[in-house]
Design a protein. Sequence first.
Length: 230
Amino acid sequence: MSIYLNRQCLLTISCRIGGFTSCLHFFTSTPARLYGRSVSRQLTDAFVTQWKSSHPDGTVVDRDLNATPIPPVTAEWVGAAYTPEEARTPQQSEVLALSDTLLAELEQADEYVFGVPMHNFGVPSVLKLWIDQIARVGRTFSYADGTPKGLLTSKKATFIIATGGIYDPQTQMASFNFVEPYLRSVFGFLGVTDATFLTAGGTAALNSGQDRDAFLAPHLQVVQSHAQTV
């Protein structure tokens, strides 16, 4: 399902810890000095506030991907990933240590919620680096019987997207939107096919004097309503 309200960054993962739901909240938006202007951060905060209200026994844990050094995938990383775990050298295990940590978070989770600002028509670089670390053969996908199979099954994902321009379907700029198609494809490949996209477009208007509260009101309502149901 996709909802367009004319279109920064949160990744929230709900996981079961000791029988209770835990919300692992990832930030992918710009550094802290810009948070006062970040639409995604404000929508993220609204989602988490509502989520806490709907899950009074739940726990929220934050992870800021901009504050998490995530290296690009290297030949050594690929070699380690394709080496059976029991055959890996200590050096290979060390190369995969961060990936293993991020994968454990995903595998334990029941629900994922992402807040994603559009950067140059695509996802933020830190989010792409994170995806490269968790897209691993034998962990999140396999080629059993020669065909790809996603291993992150029975998961739900919500993507909260903010864009400076308007890239809704049927608009002139729709073909420039590589955020939703990419995320829908990569997570579908990994087995997460139950995905909802909530998009707040036209945030650039806030730089031209548009009232921030009036602009955010409909987006906040949609985000909060959805947080009540997940």
